[in-house]
Structures are given as C-alpha cells and as structure tokens.
Design a protein around this ligand. Structure first.
Ligand code: HSE
Length: 434
C-alpha cells in the first residue's frame, strides 16, 4: 500500500517532537498502521534546531499544506484560535482529515469544527489536546464506553502543578518557578492561561463533553487561578492532612453538570494528591468500573507527540472505513448529545477550607460558629494558630462539610461583615474524591 501523506503545520515544541517521533519510530508505526506515514510537507516560519528535517519540503505558508492535493492528513500544531481555525476548517473543506493538539480551538470552536467534519466525512482527532501524552480521550471515549460517567477530576495543567509542587517542596517563589516552566517549554505563550486555569478549563470542557455527551461549553466553565494561594495556606492544608492542587472537576448531578477549575484541597493520601511537578493525572468515576486513574506527562515535545502520532495512526486506519461507523468526535452520536445544562458555580456543592484573620478577643470563635450553624453549615474541623506578629491577628482555619456554594457565599459575606474579622477571608474548595 502507498504511504499516507501527512502535512505538519507548525514546527515548534510539539511539531518538532511529532516529526522526530514519526521519523525515529517509522518502522514500528508502519507495522501498526498497516502502511507507511510520510511527512510530505511542513509549514513553518522558523527552523527547529531539535529537528533534522533533511529534504522534507517546507513552506512559510500553512495554506500551501491545506491546499496541497497530495496531502491526506493535516496536522495542526500552530496553537491559538484564529489561524489554527482557518487551517482546520480549510483542511476539512478540502476533504482532508485533521489531527490537532489545540485544546483552545476544540474547547471554543469544536462544535462547529465537528459539524463541518461530519458533513465532509472526515475525522478531526484531538487526543493531544488534553493531558499531553496520557490517552485520556481514548480511554473515556472508547475504553469506558459501557459506563455512565459520574465525575472526572484531574490535574490537567503541568505548569500550575509544577509551580504548586516547587512552592510546597522547596519554598520557591511563584515567579521563579513560572520562569523555569516557560524555559522548559511547558507554559502557554500567555502564561496567565496556565496560572489562571484557562488552559485547564479548555481541557476540562473537552473531557466533560466526552464524559457526559454534552456539547462543548467552554464559556460556562468556572475558572479560578492559583495566584492568590499563600505558603501559609499550603502549610495549613498539610497540617490538616490535605494537599492543595489546581483541579478540574466535572460532575454530573441531577440538575446539571458542574464544570469548574479551582485550587482544591484533597486528602494527602489520595493518589492524585501525590501527582507532582509537571505530571498530569485524571481520575474518572464510572458506574460500572468505579474509580480509574490515568497518569503521565501532560506537556513537552515527545509526550505530546506520542498522542499526536497515535491520532495520525488512528486516522490512517480509519481512511478506508465508512464515515458513519467511526467513533463519534464527542463519544456520543452527534444527534444524541444531551441538553443537560452546565450549572453556574453558585449551584455547585462542595466542602470548604476557610482561613479567617481574627482579632484576638473572647467570643470571636463563637460568633463564627453561630454564623455558619445558622446557615446549616456543618464544621468538620477547626484550628486556631498563634497571633501573627505584624498585625496581631489570629489565623482561624476551618474545614466544613459539603454545602451549596450560594449558601457558603452568604455565610462568607456575614463573616466578613464581623468587626473582628479582616476581609476578605480565604476560601478554598475541598474534594474527598471518593
Ligand atoms: N501549558 C500546558 C501545561 C501545556 O502546562 O500543561 C500542555 O497543554
């Protein structure tokens, strides 16, 4: 059989890794795919010193690849929304299959892209868009297809996890660790996407759609970053037996889907609490299988290339199949997607860590307890520390049982209105993951 011709758009970190893996493992890949895979053209504005592309034809214009009649599969590794979307939509319009690692593009424009692809009978594969080298999309979409998925929780931003790990283990500053993540090629070109949870929300949006069979709804995801966390909170969490992780949580409830990314206390003995550095992990709970866990490198050239190349192999195998009998893009048949709403964050239910800075006076703790109990909020544990020298305020740390977020908001407003409590207080959500 003739080799399949692939065009790579973008020869940055992931593009370079993809080219190198395709070359190095060409024989093994051909044994798996049933035919060879040739890189027929690369679109790039800059050479990648990590790649020896030899005499592979190159162009500075991505549309040369999109419009190249020789090419069967366009691999979009440019990133961003605008040009990447034109490349993907152009390739689909030309009847070409697409492989992309672009989570932002899929999370924001995926519904439109998949509709166009289905119309044309082509595949858009996006395994590398979530958790780098971990085959979580394949696991959710195919391996767990028997299950009703109840929840998904993951550490799905390597940069953020690297920052939290280094802050906790080595006492390094936020800025110092972020600069290292950028130098290592893990961070997004706009690192606020990493530390404010936007990158994780893109990925969680994709996971939730595949888990629950709902359209992609990035605009409804609740996103909170890690920039307000202090070393004191990290240490208090440890003292209570918890770790703070930047978690993406998608949970199906009777009323709708919770879709949220925020710092989260999780018990220190959970496997997820021990996922450190740039590593990612995703926990999936299904009604038949129970809890499952997927762990691996969530970023970097070759881990991400591992997922891109696996998608290319899948597409090559699908070339001769009936388009109506392929695995649906979002796991469920497009006409069977559900209209289960994504809940506003006020409607979610979770437990809370609260840190209050209180004046050291008799009766303060009683007032705090009264405000919480009047709103039906059950305290699980309470810890009071020594007064801090600078301001003389006493840190009071509370863990609550699960409560609706809107009820907690009302309680927090009442606590902050107390004359003895400095506002704003610190609130971090808590998940037991059991
Ligand atoms: N910036 C992302 C991360 C890269 O740190 O996880 C992989 O999507």
């Amino acid at each position: 059989m003739k080799p399949v011709k692939v065009g790579i758009c973008g020869l940055g970190t992931v593009g370079g890794g993809t080219f190198n893996v395709l070359q190095r493992n060409a024989a093994e890949i051909a044994r798996r795919a049933g035919r060879g895979i040739d890189v027929a053209q690369i679109a790039t504005r800059h050479p990648n010193p990590a790649c020896n592309i030899g005499d592979t034809p190159t162009t500075g214009d991505v549309f040369d690849v999109v419009n190249n009649p020789e090419i069967d599969v366009v691999v979009e590794l440019i990133g961003g929304y605008t040009l990447a979307k034109e490349v993907v939509m152009g390739a689909i319009a030309n009847g070409k299959h697409v492989v992309t690692a672009n989570k932002a593009l899929i999370a924001v424009h995926g519904n439109e892209i998949f509709a166009a692809a289905s119309e044309k009978g082509v595949v858009v594969a996006f395994e590398a868009s979530v958790a780098g080298g971990i085959p979580i999309i394949k696991a959710l979409r195919e391996g767990l297809a028997a299950n009703q998925i109840d929840w998904v929780a993951g550490i799905i931003n390597g940069t953020g996890n690297f920052i939290l790990t280094e802050m906790r283990d080595k006492g390094r500053t936020f800025e110092d660790v972020l600069a290292e993540a950028q130098a290592l090629g893990y961070a997004e070109s706009d690192p606020t996407f990493d530390v404010e949870g936007i990158d994780a929300a893109h990925k969680l949006t994709i996971l939730a759609s595949i888990a629950f069979g709902i359209p992609l709804q990035f605009d409804k995801a609740y996103t909170e970053g890690i920039t307000k966390l202090t070393t004191a909170d990290v240490n208090y969490a440890e003292a209570l037996g918890y770790r703070i992780k930047h978690l993406g949580v998608a949970r199906r409830t009777e009323n709708g889907v919770e879709l949220r990314v925020h710092p989260t206390l999780i018990p220190a003995d959970r496997l997820l609490a021990n996922v450190n550095g740039v590593m990612n992990a995703v926990m999936v709970n299904g009604d038949a299988v129970g809890s499952t866990l997927y762990y691996g490198a969530g970023a970097g050239a070759e881990p991400t290339a591992s997922a891109v190349v696996a998608d290319i192999i899948d597409v090559v195998r699908a070339l001769t199949t009936d388009p109506n009998n392929r695995v649906p893009h979002l796991a469920f048949q497009a006409e069977s997607l559900s209209d289960l709403p994504v809940l506003p964050v006020e409607q979610i239910t979770t437990a809370y860590y609260l840190r209050l800075q209180a004046k050291d006076r008799p009766g303060v703790l009683a007032k705090v307890a009264t405000i919480l109990s009047e709103r039906g909020i059950n305290i699980e544990s309470i810890m009071q520390k020594e007064a801090e020298e600078q301001d003389g305020l006493v840190p009071i740390i509370l863990l609550t049982h699960r409560v609706r977020e809107q009820d907690m908001n009302v309680a927090i407003a009442a606590l902050e209105a107390l004359e003895e409590i400095a506002a704003p207080l610190m609130r971090v959500r808590v998940e037991q993951l059991n």
